[in-house]
Write a protein that binds this ligand. Structure first.
Ligand code: FAD
Ligand code: DLZ
Length: 510
């Protein structure tokens, strides 16, 4: 036999580099659902259903296209409980010339695969993941010598490289690189938010739902109402649905939160992008096309393209540049345990309850919920970065280490000392009030700060500012916060710190 080609659960793309030049007759594609990958974190049940079902559909499509595929469905008694055991058995059975794979998205697994040539006695060829717009090497060249990295400058380079939203003479369309100033509207219920794209589970998905309910019953979340796309064709339909119904308002309400709507005008495409059912460049091009055809405004399309061409590529570059040391960073010295209500949603803080409850039901929360609600709270109370990172890795259908870690450790927790972001996204309840209608339905009063029924975010915000003076007072983007803090009279400051200390001691009761 010629080669074994390993395709991982998030590599479900016909364009995968591991498949380039492969021979359908002599090469064998291997894919496996294994216990170790399904349980290295408390993966949400819907994430497991999505990934196993998408893997099974992809294997079936490959076979229909004439590829030879060896596929291991999950069973608790499988002899191979890890990818390494599975590949060992495949190597023994087929004696391939080489094992070919595409670089994987997690340091943990990457480190294992890099040892396989020694342990398994097979030549292992690891190819670059060409689905990303910026390669690991290209990013490293861009980042070389810079003390801090700024997404905005990287994004401009990517705009120039791809020509997306660029005029023929090399200028940004509309004259600006960024239209964020137009993208901060509160949503008051109008225009109505579209329903998310839905696919009813087919036989394969129903079998996987049963499997996950039986074998992973202890995992977070629910399989109820599973409606994600599980094939590339369906993911394309999800993209078309987004462009038709949500993209025109994506920019305006990008930062909004709602007490009654889980998805608002977001794309809900990250699980598909990250598993390979959609390619980032195709998604960007499709949305730019909708601007050219007058279907969506520039602020929406530019804002959306920036998320994928900018943020998505940027965080991946940072991950591979700084791992494995990055995962150990804790520059703010946080030690607090993750409050238990992150797993139950059982808290009277309405915004937290809503974000966690949506996460439990959907394996999804939109960016602002992740950043400014659950993330902001973890930052303000000083949760240990490892614990909060593990929570984010577990609970979202789109979560993989390469994208989750920089977002949580860098963007939310500022644990990398500001390498990824110039200032922490710390905010009081006022921000949540400005961007949502949660506060009107909350047990706590957002207009109070020191009283027993005051919004916890308020005093906790000032406690964060006070306790991190040495870290942030000289940051010019934080100067105003420190001036505001110092301006308050000493009694008020004491009362705020007392309230915050009480809250920190009673977090589980909030
Ligand atoms: P939209 O809001 O419609 O955005 C469009 C696309 O842009 C997304 O599908 C995604 O591919 C990309 N994108 C947007 N923001 C980011 C970003 N900051 N980093 C990378 N890609 C981005 N995204 C993940 O894919 N996986 C994660 O594990 C993940 N963890 C996050 C944790 C935290 C604390 C925060 C603040 C953000 C995280 N993000 C993560 C980024 C972002 O929240 C999700 O990509 C987005 O919510 C997915 O929903 P959507 O497809 O509706 O996105
Ligand atoms: C996330 C995940 C899960 C839950 N299960 C599998 C699996 O059974 N088999 C597999 O090949 N991959 C799985 N994955 C994805 C990997 O854990 C890992 O996150 C990615 O392959 C990194 O690129």
């Amino acid at each position: 036999m010629a080669n074994l080609i390993l395709i991982l659960g998030d590599q479900l793309s016909p364009t995968l580099s591991a498949l380039e030049g492969a021979d359908r007759e002599s090469d064998l594609i291997v894919m496996a659902e294994v216990h170790d990958e399904a349980s290295y974190t408390n993966h949400h049940k819907k994430k497991l259903v999505f990934l196993f079902s998408a893997m099974r559909h992809f294997a079936q499509e490959l076979e229909q296209q004439g590829w030879r595929v060896q596929y291991q469905p999950y069973h608790p008694d499988n002899p191979a409980q890890s990818l390494e055991q599975f590949i060992r058995a495949a190597v023994q059975e087929h004696s391939p010339k080489r094992l070919i794979t595409t670089e994987c998205g997690e340091w943990r697994l990457h480190a294992q695969i890099r040892q396989w040539h020694k342990i398994l006695g097979v030549h292992v060829e690891i190819r670059p993941d060409t689905r990303f717009i910026c390669s690991i090497h290209e990013f490293a060249r861009w980042a070389e010598g810079k003390k801090q990295l700024r997404m905005e400058f990287f994004y401009r380079e990517m705009r120039k490289k791809t020509g997306l939203l660029m005029t023929p003479d090399g200028q940004p369309e509309g004259g600006n690189w960024n239209y964020d100033a137009d993208n901060r509207k509160k949503w008051s219920g109008k225009p109505p938010a579209p329903s998310p794209f839905r696919v009813e589970p087919d036989d394969i998905t129903r079998a996987v739902i049963k499997l996950v309910d039986e074998q992973f019953s202890e995992h977070f979340g629910t399989t109820d109402d599973f409606h994600f796309a599980v094939t590339a064709e369906q993911a394309q339909q999800a993209l078309a649905h987004f462009i038709d119904f949500a993209l025109p308002c994506f920019g305006d309400y990008q930062d909004a939160m709602s007490d009654s709507e889980d998805w608002l005008f977001h794309a809900i495409l990250s699980p598909y992008l990250n598993a390979g059912l959609l390619e980032p460049i195709d998604v960007c091009e499709a949305t730019v096309h909708s601007w050219h055809s007058g279907q969506a405004p520039l602020n929406a399309v530019e804002g959306f393209v920036r998320q994928i061409l900018g943020w998505r590529e940027f965080v991946r570059g940072i991950y591979w540049r700084l791992m494995p040391d990055y995962a150990q960073e804790n520059r703010l010295g946080n030690t607090r345990k993750l409050p238990w209500f992150y797993w139950t949603g059982d808290t009277r803080m309405r915004c937290m309850h809503k974000a966690i409850d949506a996460t439990y039901r959907n394996a999804y929360a939109h960016h602002i919920q992740r950043l400014m609600v659950t993330g902001n709270f973890a930052l303000l109370v000083g949760v240990n970065p490892e614990e909060i990172c593990d929570w984010y890795l577990a609970v979202y259908a789109d979560a993989y280490d390469w994208v989750e870690l920089p977002n949580v450790l860098g963007m939310v927790m500022h644990a990398d000392g500001g390498y990824l972001g110039s200032k922490p996204y710390a905010a009081s309840g006022k921000y949540i009030q400005r961007m949502s209608d949660h506060c009107a339905n909350c047990h706590y009063n957002v207009n109070k700060a020191t009283e027993g029924d005051a919004c916890p975010f308020n005093a906790l915000y000032w406690h964060f500012i006070d306790r991190h003076r040495d870290d942030f007072a000289s940051n010019h983007r934080m100067g105003m916060m420190y001036r505001n803090w110092d301006k308050q009279n000493p009694e008020r400051r004491d009362a705020l710190l007392q309230r915050a200390n009480w809250l920190l001691e009673h977090l589980e009761e909030l």
